[in-house]
Design a protein. Structure first.
Length: 367
């Protein structure tokens, strides 16, 4: 803790000399900054017995109105907040944040009670005092930590740490034979109330652990802690191991069920996709069939066109009406060999044969 102390002393010397950061003065337009504010964001808050206080200057408390208006940078409002801070959680941090922001220029001092006082007046803690000191030290809103803080604030303690106001929630805190340990602080006008964070507290966290004790015991056994370290009996240890195996089997069954559900879901999705594709293809096939073989389809038009072409090819073209007509010459007559008789013929051919016969007779007569 020596480097923070030396840097804090050097910063005080620079403020006394009137020089700011990097050797600049207030006349240069760069206002000096408080060393504690910059230190708290990079290093843990120092303990009160490691901070040097100049007792040569008289300490005069500021009023509430003066604190609200804002005090000079070298005279911050010193606010004190105390507590057990066991299992340090967000509710603790929010309370300290409210205490830090009570006034424009606040120096927050946090007192942490020791294990002895806490065990006597409140009960057993999960974290020991050193762990609780360290947890509060690393809160960004804390400027200074008081170890082994008193359970009840005395005037001597307030004067020693030059405290202006005490921050705590406004609910009466009954302990150590008193209905409210902050009653005399409120009567002196030094009390600054803060709001509690609902839904989170050390007791709530401990209640969760006690309620789910078996779960946390099994978890720590899996992580390598021994039954002796967890204060677990031999029978309970075997029971936890058996429960762990049963849970593993249940998990495997659950995983198989989930995988089977996923498989069935994928099959359903694929089947739905196939059905949709089949329906689309069937519609397309039916449409193509109707376009080809329907009442007004392409095949009917093709047949009509083919039929017309066949008729044109089979039937001859008619001669034009203006073309001259030619008389056909009579076909020459002939006789059946070795016979003067003509073969039987139809009545139409018979007249032709008779004419031929008469024609032949007339020729013989001429001979």
């Amino acid at each position: 803790m020596e480097p923070p102390t030396s840097s804090r002393l050097n910063s005080r010397k620079r403020r006394k000399d009137g020089s700011g950061p990097n050797g600049a003065t207030e006349l240069d337009g760069i206002p000096p900054k408080m060393s504690r504010r910059s230190l708290g964001l990079r290093e843990p808050a120092p303990f009160s017995d490691e901070v040097e206080i100049d007792y040569s200057k008289p300490y005069i408390r500021v009023t509430y109105e003066e604190a609200m208006r804002g005090t000079p940078l070298d005279r911050p409002v010193r606010v004190y907040a105390d507590g057990i801070f066991d299992l340090f959680h967000s509710g603790h941090a929010r309370a300290l944040m409210q205490a830090k922001n009570l006034f424009p220029n606040t120096y927050l001092i946090v007192g942490v009670c020791s294990d002895e006082l806490t065990h006597n007046f409140k009960g057993f803690t999960v974290m020991n005092e050193n762990e609780r000191y360290d947890a509060v030290q690393h809160c960004r809103y804390v400027d200074e930590v008081v170890r082994n803080a008193p359970w009840t604030l005395t005037p001597e303690f307030l004067a020693e740490h030059r405290i202006d106001f005490v921050a705590h929630d406004d609910i009466p805190y009954s302990s150590a034979g008193s209905d409210d340990v902050y009653k005399h602080i409120k009567e002196a006008g030094m009390f600054a109330p803060t709001q509690r964070t609902e839904g989170i507290s050390t007791s709530d966290i401990i209640t969760r652990i006690v309620r789910d004790y078996d779960v946390y015991a099994r978890r720590n056994l899996q992580r390598g802690y021994t039954a002796k370290e967890l204060n677990v009996s031999f029978i309970n240890e075997k029971k936890y191991h058996l429960q762990e195996r049963v849970d593993k089997v249940k998990k495997r069954v659950k995983d198989v069920e989930e995988k089977s559900k996923e498989f069935v879901q994928k099959v359903e999705e694929k089947s739905i996709d196939l059905i949709q594709k089949w329906e689309e293809k069937s519609r397309e096939l039916i449409g193509n069939f109707l376009e080809m073989f329907g009442p007004e389809g392409a095949l009917k038009h093709m047949l009509k066109e083919g039929k017309g072409r066949m008729l044109q090819a089979i039937s001859p073209k008619q001669s034009p009406s203006s073309s001259p007509t030619h008389d056909r010459s009579p076909s020459p007559s002939f006789r059946w060999p070795f016979s003067t008789k003509t073969p039987p013929s139809s009545p139409a051919n018979r007249s032709r044969n008779e004419s031929a016969v008469t024609y032949d007779i007339s020729e013989d007569e001429e001979d």
